[in-house]
Write a protein that binds this ligand. Structure first.
Ligand SMILES: *Cc1c(COP(=O)(O)O)cnc(C)c1O
Length: 368
């Protein structure tokens, strides 16, 4: 028997979350962001749940090829564009739309041989200072692209640094609007946070939704702005459950300790469960005593240090639990109880994104 640990990808949750993003985005079309192997969920595993999207956006050419291999004939967008000249051949062959964020990518296009001109997304740097043309250089890049026979439609794109936080997007949106005002082409500016937080009734609502929104984290059921909002606040459902079983039980006397470093000391007699999940499965080692878990669907907590293959949980809230009981590390338990990945991520000092992306290869994963 394999180790009793399993991840489950929930097709119905992906469908629900995608519909939530679509509803927030008005008439805009929706890219499902499936970079980083669909945020650790697996592109092939999420495809059914996300096939109602209008397109798939990602970074790796390999991943784009996998989306095509699944039979997807609709739009596929490379969010960082191409990395070298020959990538453009694959763009032509697989009919990939690609971001253009720098002069070198325009140079490559200018010498690319293709019968079918490419749809490109010209990226503006509106303050993130990662990728994109500065506002001052954006229009000359547009003009240069527009003169190339290799280029078909030019869409306009930017990515916000603060859609999830107090600084917000008003400044960045104003810069983008000022520069692109009289340019033709479709617009795409909103990630999950912008789609959920900034497409409401405000004056910017329509501009933020644009022609395409780009939700990633929200479709996987994690809140982009936790703890300001939880996934439940946004009516998002976890798309991934990580669950394992209790493989041993220990009865502790007062003063007994748990795990490496004797980090946890029992101050009274207690029962603990040893769970077949550790940091080699992608569960963060840094999670302290008290990190929430569900034991048979009942909320409890971890105890002591997480080790490579195991961690310990408190059985006090679940006296009936024992070997074989199911422990949900994040996601949904059999009784319907939910433990958001965001709560676990918070204990680890990080965000849900990082935990889902770090689910280890060795964890057997099923789709339901
Ligand atoms: C990853 C990414 C997104 C999605 O971001 P979320 O915060 O996961 O919604 C959108 N746009 C670009 C350019 C990205 O790289």
């Amino acid at each position: 028997m394999p180790r009793p640990i399993q991840a489950t990808i929930h097709t119905a949750a992906l469908q629900h979350n995608l519909a939530r993003a679509r509803a927030a985005a008005g008439d805009a079309r929706v890219w499902a962001i499936v970079k980083a192997n669909a945020y650790g969920h697996g592109i092939e595993r999420v495809f059914d749940g996300l096939r109602a999207a209008d397109g798939f956006a990602l970074l790796d050419l390999d991943e784009a090829a996998r989306v095509r291999a699944l039979g997807w004939r609709g739009p596929v967008l490379l969010l960082e564009g191409v990395f070298e000249q020959r990538d453009l051949e694959l763009c032509s062959r697989l009919d990939l739309w690609h971001t253009v964020h720098c002069d070198a990518q325009i140079d490559m296009l200018a010498i690319h041989k293709t019968n079918v001109p490419h749809r490109v997304f010209l990226k503006m740097n509106t303050g993130m200072n990662r990728l994109g043309f500065s506002p001052a250089r954006y229009r000359s890049a547009w003009t240069r692209l527009n003169l190339l026979p290799q280029v078909d439609e030019i869409s306009l794109i930017t990515h916000f640094s603060d859609a999830d936080g107090p600084r917000g997007i008003a400044e960045a949106m104003a810069v983008f609007n000022a520069i692109t005002q009289d340019l033709p082409g479709e617009r795409s500016v909103a990630n999950s946070a912008a789609t959920l937080r900034h497409t409401g009734d405000g004056p910017l609502a329509n501009q933020v939704a644009g022609d395409w929104v780009r939700p990633g984290i929200a479709i996987y059921g994690s809140a982009p702005d936790f703890p300001a909002h939880s996934a439940a606040d946004w009516d998002l459902q976890p798309a991934m459950t990580l669950a394992a079983k209790i493989i041993a039980v220990q009865d502790l006397q007062p003063g007994a300790t748990v795990g490496y470093g004797s980090n946890f000391v029992a101050d009274q007699a207690m029962r603990i469960g040893v769970v077949a999940c550790g940091y080699a499965d992608g569960y963060p080692r840094i999670c302290p005593t008290g990190t929430p878990v569900l034991v048979d669907g009942v909320r409890s907590r971890t105890l002591g240090r997480v080790s490579m293959d195991m961690l310990a949980v408190d059985l006090a809230p679940v006296p009936h639990a024992g070997p074989g009981s199911s422990v949900t590390l994040w996601g949904r338990a059999a009784n319907g109880a939910v433990l958001s990945i965001d709560e676990v991520a918070q204990q680890a000092g990080t965000v849900g994104y990082e935990l889902m992306c770090a689910l280890a290869q060795r964890v057997p994963t099923v789709v339901d």
